[in-house]
Design a binder for this molecule. Structure first.
Ligand code: CAA
Length: 258
């Protein structure tokens, strides 16, 4: 399969999907997320495939949702298109196990995308964070729900409320990532793990995954809907416009509501 914003490689029973917008540190835009969903459709529809590796570049897994694409959105735009959902949540709905191999920045939507995967393996240069608050918004694709569940209230609170970014060692200590490996070993380690899973009983793996998901689902779905409404609502205020404009103009934001 060929795409513009991602690379799709099949390596035996493993599909490796590489986010590929180097000019924007793999910022996630609508086109990329649509392609990612199509790639996962392809992997799921291929009976030979038993696991997926999702990765980025050595510098960035993904530096968040594309700020330039969403900076001018209004509340009504967000509400009517139900921004951000649908294809953006496709990874969380994938029936095959997905391993995130994270090097460099996994920020905002990038961190949220990694958290939708089943396993996160981090390179020693990885950095995780939810810096949305510095843009005048909150995480919009699961961060307030999945990060709290992954690392607990105290650390998630500091990350989400202050925007503090943590390194790979701290992420492993907090339980966000399964393990940290040398940056140049990341791809091999992720592939080996995926191959190992792909060699196991497909239905057992899929049911194990489905069963783990059920442990989160009931309260999570409620929380996600609530989060999305608040995320939309922030596009009605001035601070989102200021925060995003400041980012694009490479200056410090001056928020009205603080
Ligand atoms: N959206 C759009 N473009 C982005 C981007 C993003 N999230 N992150 C980086 N880029 C672009 C930059 O604008 C820059 O483009 P230009 O060369 O055209 O100026 C290019 O990628 C390289 O970035 P930097 O020059 O900023 O690289 P750096 O090494 O100096 O800094 C960084 C790296 C610290 C990750 C910095 O790019 C950064 O802070 N990025 C934004 C992180 C962020 O706030 N993410 C959250 C987004 S909101 C979100 O994700 C909502 C949600 O919950 C779904």
């Amino acid at each position: 399969m060929t795409f513009e914003n991602i690379l799709y490689d099949k390596d035996g029973a493993v599909v490796v999907i590489t986010l590929n917008r180097p000019e924007a540190l793999n910022a996630l835009n609508g086109a990329l997320m649509t392609e990612l969903a199509q790639a996962l459709d392809g992997a799921e529809g291929d009976p030979d495939v038993g696991a997926v590796v999702l990765t980025g570049s050595p510098k960035a897994f993904a530096a968040g949702a594309d700020i330039k694409e969403m900076a001018d959105k209004t509340f009504m735009d967000c509400y009517l298109e139900d921004f951000i959902t649908g294809t953006w949540e496709r990874v969380a709905r994938c029936r095959l196990p997905v391993i995130a191999a994270v090097a460099g920045y996994a920020l905002g939507g990038g961190c949220e995308l990694a958290m939708m995967c089943d396993i996160i393996i981090a390179a020693d240069n990885a950095k995780f964070g939810q810096p949305e608050i510095t843009l005048g918004i909150i995480p919009g694709i699961g961060g307030t729900q999945r990060l709290v569940r992954a690392v607990g209230k105290a650390k998630a609170g500091e990350m989400i409320l202050s925007g503090r970014i943590i390194d790979a060692v701290e992420a492993e200590r907090a339980g966000l990532v399964s393990r940290v490996v040398a940056a140049d070993a990341l791809n091999d380690e992720a592939l080996q793990t995926a191959r190992k899973i792909a060699e196991l009983s497909r239905p057992a793996v899929m049911m194990a995954k489905e069963s783990m998901a059920a442990a989160f689902e009931a309260p999570l779905s409620h929380g996600l809907r609530h989060e999305r409404r608040l995320f939309h609502a922030l596009f009605a205020g001035e601070d989102q416009k200021e925060g995003m404009a400041a980012f694009i103009e490479k200056r410090r934001p001056v928020f009205k509501n603080r």
